[in-house]
Ligand binder design. Structure first.
Ligand code: AVI
Length: 323
């Protein structure tokens, strides 16, 4: 696989700064959800996608499998494909297979971790006439690099699958998509995956599964702070909580302190006090009302061109075109 890289802040320094800022702020303590995904966290997330209670990934995959050829009919023949957060690349195979019938294709997966890019390349390298150029970068700087490499007559098709957009803070989803739009040219397209609203009990089962896999995924964030930043969290003194916030239509994951305690974190040069029952907010997963997706498109400089929804687990893949 060819690789493109962009300048980066050393990850460890940034992690320590974000942990310190999130745990010492006044009011609700919080940690950025992107830090859930170290090697162990990514493996636990892969296990979540297999849980019977978590239908999101299967719905996304069903949609791409069933409709990839239809999706491809909306995309011009001279195209390069880029994906924000390629993950394993398994779902992307359907899209690349449908597009390569027009001729040879370049695919630029953008990932912050080289390990994720390697997994993606191993999954997809057998697809004939598709060349893979891994981009080890944050999403927006990576996409800027990709856009610089295209020829004048080439369409850029961006994939942002799996409802990762739902993990952005309230309002930050449209802001992020606007920034994506600014890198594109009019007529370029974006395939966006969004998990849709569904009954609250179903959502809580998906984010607080009876096997405790999501709990392990969430608690691993404290384990990661221990491993990488010299934290002294005792994971048995915290518990995983999932709750639905009706004001923002999102499932929130928190880690609740079971008792009064103080935790030292060496690399952050701080000691954090917890009251009994106090929580650290670790992730929001926004659930979209079907009609809100068109608004999201227009708020960010796109038009909604087509949409495919799953009949078993409310989920939408929507094709946005840059206006
Ligand atoms: C990656 N993202 C779309 C997942 C979600 O459903 O919000 C992350 C996740 N968190 C707990 N379970 C899955």
């Amino acid at each position: 696989m060819t690789m493109l890289t962009t300048p980066k802040v050393p990850i460890q320094n940034q992690f320590a700064a974000d942990v310190r800022a999130g745990l010492t702020r006044a009011g609700q303590k919080e940690l950025p959800s992107k830090y859930l995904y170290d090697n162990l966290g990514s493996a636990l997330f892969d296990a979540i996608t297999l849980l019977p209670e978590y239908g999101l990934t299967r719905a996304d995959e069903r949609l791409l499998q069933r409709h990839a050829r239809d999706i491809a009919t909306h995309i011009p023949a001279k195209v390069m494909v880029s994906e924000l957060g390629s993950g394993s690349g398994r779902k992307t195979r359907y899209i690349l297979n449908a597009l390569r019938v027009h001729g040879p294709l370049s695919y630029y997966p953008i990932e912050i971790s080289s390990a994720a890019l390697a997994t993606c390349e191993a999954e997809l390298c057998d697809i004939e006439s598709v060349s893979i150029v891994g981009v080890e970068s944050e999403y927006l700087s990576g996409l800027t690099e990709v856009a610089k490499r295209r020829e004048a007559d080439t369409h850029l098709f961006v994939l942002f699958l799996g409802s990762t957009i739902g993990n952005f803070d309230a309002g930050a989803d449209a802001k992020f998509l606007r920034e994506v739009r600014n890198i594109l040219r009019p007529g370029d397209s974006l395939l966006l995956g969004t998990d849709l609203l569904k009954p609250i009990e179903k959502l809580i089962d998906a984010y607080d599964d009876p096997r405790g896999v999501t709990a392990a995924f969430n608690l691993n964030l404290l384990g990661r702070i221990n491993r990488e930043l010299g934290g002294e969290f005792d994971l048995r003194r915290f518990e995983h909580i999932a709750r639905f916030n009706e004001a923002t239509n999102s499932v929130e994951m928190h880690l609740r302190s079971k008792r009064v305690q103080t935790v030292n974190i060496k690399a952050c040069d701080c000691s954090i006090d917890f009251t009994a029952g106090e929580t650290i907010w670790t992730e929001s997963s926004h659930k979209y009302a079907p009609e809100s997706i068109e608004q999201l498109a227009s708020a960010s400089g796109f038009a909604l061109k087509a949409q495919w929804t799953d009949d078993r687990w409310p989920f939408a893949n929507s094709l946005f075109v840059a206006v």
